[in-house]
Design a protein around this ligand. Sequence first.
Ligand code: B12
Length: 258
Amino acid sequence: MDLKEAAQQIGVHYQTAYQWVRDGRLPAVKIGASYHVAPEAVEKLIAERLTPTPPPTRAQVRDWDSHRERLERLLLAGEEAGVRSQLDRLAEGKVPVIDICEQLISPVLVHIGQRWADGELSIAEEHRSSAIIERSLASMMTNPPGRPRGTAIVTTPPGDEHALPATMATAVLRNNRWITHHLGTQVPKTDVLKLARDIGVDLVILTVTNPVAQPNADEVAHHLEAHGVAVLVGGPGKTLRQLTDLADSAVRLRSLEQ
Ligand code: B12
């Protein structure tokens, strides 16, 4: 069958199937100007996508409390090198990025936010801490080798300037072998839709931290869903574990529906 038919059977956009041909995941032969795929290769790929991947070996941290205290102290002292080495050492010790985000970075940010709201910390101290975390997260944007679980866009809805939770979502998805297009914050819904279609993503993730932006997130989600794009909307207090579970389920469900 040709690549367009193969993409339809697998339940992905043509561009995604094309990408898989390019990176060798979907064997194909080029006849003239178009690619052709054996039906067995398509069936094998569908079966692979339906099989849950075993969780990687994870290192455990016994004392998150002392890590949190240390991170908060370093952030509030503006000691960026110390923050980097604390986070890098955890990552090099095979602590999963999701644990580093959920057990360490998020609770410390929540605590700093609370201390700012209570008037105990200045805006400058909060901003400096957030900026250090933003730069430190860059080293966690790794894509482990292996078959990608799917392709996603991550952004925030208009009205939500909180970039860090979206960056954490991207880091965790990439670490979970999702091909992730990170758009930063506040992209208009028409532009998200156009990119989602151009790339042929499986999912759009809208991270919401500012509750005021929740209706905007719902509006963007309705717009995308009305055009056949699957969306996951976050919210304050929702976890990265929920995000990865929902993302994997969404792709599995889509494959079953095809
Ligand atoms: C840093 C910060 C900022 C920075 C952001 C910088 C940056 N580069 O991101 C700046 C200065 C821009 C900022 C601005 C504001 N902020 Co602010 N900010 C914070 C702070 C301290 C940390 C935010 C953060 O990263 N949280 C990360 C984690 C901890 O939050 P989380 O919601 O649990 O995130 C998880 C989920 O989102 C999940 N996830 C991600 N994507 C997805 C997707 C799906 C589908 C799922 C299931 C899950 C999921 O993963 C995340 C990580 O675990 C918080 C404190 C806090 N409690 O969060 C305040 C906080 C969010 N901000 C607050 C406020 C009030 C504001 C401002 C209105 C302040 C002002 N007067 O200007 C503005 C709003 C700007 C706007 N229009 O959005 C309040 C919100 C209060 C409320 N509930 O209404 C908070 C809670 C502070 C407080 N204690 O009062 N802020």
